[in-house]
Design a protein around this ligand. Sequence first.
Ligand code: C2E
Ligand code: MN
Ligand code: MN
Length: 416
Amino acid sequence: MTLHQLIYRSKKSQWVGSAEVRSIIERSSTINKNMSISGTLLFDGEYFLQVLEGSQSEVLECLCRIQADPAHSQLVILLDETVDEREFGTPGMQLIESQTGIVSKLEDGLSNLSIFIRMLDNPGMKSKANMIIKAFRKGRWNICDELISIKKSAPPPQKTCVRKSIVERSYPHYFAFQPIVDVNLMKVTCVEALIRGFGGTPPYTVLNDLEPEALFKLDVESKLSALSMVGEMGFEGSIALNLLPMSLVSYQGSVELIAKHAKSLGISPRRLVIEVTEDQAIENLDVFMEAIKTARHAGMRLSIDDFGAGYAGLSLLADFQPHKIKIDRKIVDNIKGNGPRQAIVKSVIEFSERLGIEVVAEGVEDESDLAWLFAAGIRNFQGYYFSRPAYMSLHEVNWPDFLVEDIDWVSQKVEA
Ligand code: C2E
Ligand code: MN
Ligand code: MN
């Protein structure tokens, strides 16, 4: 039998008092014993952290039952792993008050208590479960995804200010445009230009199967069309352009050409954001550094795209700090229930704050993921939830109810 260890954190529902907590323990204790699961529950008065150990199928069955329990919400899986032995003693259930370490209900009296205390206090004891418990006791896991309200002074959502769609065939390239929003300002602060084939076919239909030189040429020159289109649409915010680092490097004078074209359209190069991905950049670091120097000199901003999807993001950051980091959508996806992803995003937010880097979460599709990211402090978003890329055009933005409702609340207050 493979032994499984699963740790989750959840938040107590408001109606649950200490009597209810105790009765949950009673019930779970019997069920766990029958299923041969050891369940150690830490409770700090507001949040639960539970370690479940047992056979994989039974642990998962137990988790399903727990997920359906209305006594708590915001359940986040922190660890889900095969282990070689039980760390938390005999099957049953025990409750530990996380701040004091006092065990309130024990199946196996003193021995479990001593296992637990020994575990917490032994500095040499470095199991993952132990370290997660310590982090929980330090309050590291009490960020939640409740819909906290946005800054009360937020203005009403702004229209994206688009005059028209672009007529196909009036440019030699085709693009879709997707808004990047700032929910504090309730504004589309940036649009990203995404290359398309005629009729809206995906980027690979245009970029694949080209010789490097032709690819770099197309990559750079298509950006001139993208800028003209944005100018024609009348959008006045920033413009994000995807570029292969090698396009910037190999195409002589690429940065100057883009800057010059932007200026000719009345677009300040300061409005341009160059997006590069981690992998591409790190492969050619020296030459790449030269290219970004030129871009910075021209006033352009730089963004690391798909941050977290590549293998060298952190070392890249150590070498140069971009203006923006766009957290990859694979990390954002289902973040509301995923402890490891939450831990990664929390630390990205923290180091970005220290370094003055703006964080964008991309690929946001789901409102509860958005709510978690918002509660964690992210204010810039891109994703289907807000708006899909629009072929040769720019769509209006869908603003989340929990933000818009708050705006209503503000205007009611003002009227009163
Ligand atoms: P990217 O720069 O990370 O662009 C975001 C991609 O995610 C876009 O795919 C967009 O349609 C998609 N996306 C946006 N929101 C969501 C969402 O909520 N859910 C999901 N599932 N997807 C979302 P697209 O347009 O197919 O572009 C793919 C990639 O192609 C881009 O990824 C970029 O790396 C590359 N690319 C696009 N245009 C250019 C270009 O002009 N030059 C170069 N070198 N690469 C480009
Ligand atoms: Mn991009
Ligand atoms: Mn991306």
